[in-house]
Design a protein around this ligand. Structure first.
Ligand code: HEC
Length: 120
């Protein structure tokens, strides 16, 4: 019994150690990560649409820049001051960079049920 409890404790600790670290703090209104130049993004990027369009997206610096160019060329966005744009791009690339794939790795073949259609 004692051994079982100990095993349970070890398992719980192992799971805890793997738990993702506490999420970064975010602004209550926009949801933007409260670090660096987040207020520049709030001031320049939430006039036409919700900040959700930003926080749900991801991409490297070039991807973010291409979105800004697209909004400037087709969505009536005023061109950003060059220095402001640089700082916004730094912020976006750092906090909303490319995401790792969210799917788990495939199961090993020996963990799968037998395929009834495969040759024996
Ligand atoms: C002048 C208005 C305007 C401003 C300012 C603006 N946007 Fe947009 N943005 C738009 C419009 C319009 C869309 C398209 C909305 C839709 O699809 O519903 C859009 C879409 C987006 C998208 C989604 C693009 C996609 O591929 O679906 C992202 C991300 C985005 N904006 C980020 C930003 C960022 C970052 C800033 C600040 C640098 C910004 N926006 C400032 C008008 C603006």
């Amino acid at each position: 019994m004692q051994l079982l409890r100990l095993a349970g404790l070890v398992l719980a600790l192992a799971l805890l150690a793997q738990a993702p670290r506490a999420a970064e703090e975010t602004d209550r209104v926009t949801g933007l990560t409260l670090e660096g130049d987040w207020q520049l993004v709030q001031a320049n990027c939430t006039e036409c649409h919700s900040a959700l369009l930003i926080t749900q997206n991801s991409g490297d610096r070039n991807v973010w820049q291409s979105r800004i160019v697209w909004m400037e060329e087709t969505q009536g966005m005023d061109e950003l001051d060059a220095e402001v744009e640089e700082r916004i791009l730094d912020y976006l690339a750092e906090h909303y960079g490319p995401r790792q794939a969210a799917r788990r790795a495939p199961l090993a073949a020996h963990l799968l049920p037998q395929n009834p259609y495969s040759d024996p």
